[in-house]
Design a protein around this ligand. Structure first.
Ligand SMILES: C[S@@+](CC[C@H](N)C(=O)[O-])C[C@H]1O[C@@H](n2cnc3c(N)ncnc32)[C@H](O)[C@@H]1O
Length: 245
């Protein structure tokens, strides 16, 4: 396993954790919420415990990648590596997994997990998905609970630039429950959305795009399928990139 780290803030007075793509955002524009990378600094310690509820859905999203022995996989925004066990089991020792994560504290969890398990086919890259120097072309990309990354066109551009034609993609994430899905119990949609807002508030930069969080992804994955899960308060999305690879 190797872990690499990207550089420091490029501009005095700008915070690296608030970079969007290659453009840093001035601190004045980010004051409404603490920078998310800073938030993950304190969230990292209890992250695994708090994320237990998503265990079944996590397994399902990895399953949608239809991984095979020997596959090369990107886990984008891998956090503490909670999806690693299912991925590594599916790709076997001949496969290769690269976890990309901008928070050093979250990535430390992934590093511990990888060391403990003795996986020597897992590498970790500490960098924003927008600019991560991805060194391989991959068969599959996973976006598990990574709303901010899915709303960043430059992050998707970077990741999809390293996915083979016919590559498989899967995403799991929170969304607003829509009245259309829950027309028979509109009060239930309101209750679900209150829960969605409360649970996800610490983990996302903003709720922008929560209506259809997969909308940017759909541009790269024309056959994208979407299934509401968790009473409409979350979704699974999966598909393949154009071409046959
Ligand atoms: C809710 S956690 C999900 C972690 C992991 N995928 C999981 O399933 O548990 C979201 C992760 O995405 C990371 N993240 C957010 N924006 C990012 C970006 N632009 N580039 C890389 N990582 C990012 C956060 O630091 C955090 O670790």
């Amino acid at each position: 396993m190797t872990t690499s780290t990207e550089g420091q803030p490029a501009h005095p007075g700008w915070e690296a954790g608030e970079r969007r793509g290659s453009e840093p955002v001035p601190l004045s524009a980010a004051r409404a919420r603490p920078p998310i990378r800073q938030a993950y600094r304190s969230l990292a310690g209890a992250y695994d415990l708090r994320s237990r509820v998503a265990r079944i859905e996590r397994r399902r999203v990895v399953g949608r990648l239809r991984l095979q022995r020997g596959d090369t996989v990107l886990d984008v925004g891998c956090g503490t590596g909670l999806c690693f066990p299912d991925i590594v089991q599916a790709i076997g020792p001949s496969g290769y997994l690269l976890g990309i994560e901008e928070s050093a504290e979250m990535l430390a969890g992934a590093q511990d997990r990888t060391k403990e398990q003795g996986w020597d086919n897992v590498d970790l890259l500490c960098a924003p998905a927008e600019t991560a120097p991805i060194p391989v072309h991959t068969d599959a990309a996973l976006f598990c609970l990574t709303h901010d990354i899915l709303r960043s066109p430059s992050a998707l551009q970077n990741v999809f630039g390293h996915l083979r034609p016919g590559g498989r993609v899967a995403a799991l994430g929170p969304k607003w429950a829509s009245l259309w899905e829950l027309w028979w119990a509109p009060w239930w949609a309101a209750a679900v959305n209150l829960a969605v807002a409360t649970v996800n508030n610490p983990y996302v930069r903003s709720f922008d795009g929560f209506q259809r969080p997969w909308s940017h992804l759909a541009r790269f994955v024309p056959d994208l399928q979407v299934e509401p899960v968790l009473a409409g308060g979350a979704y699974l999305a999966w598909g393949t990139t154009p071409g046959t690879g």
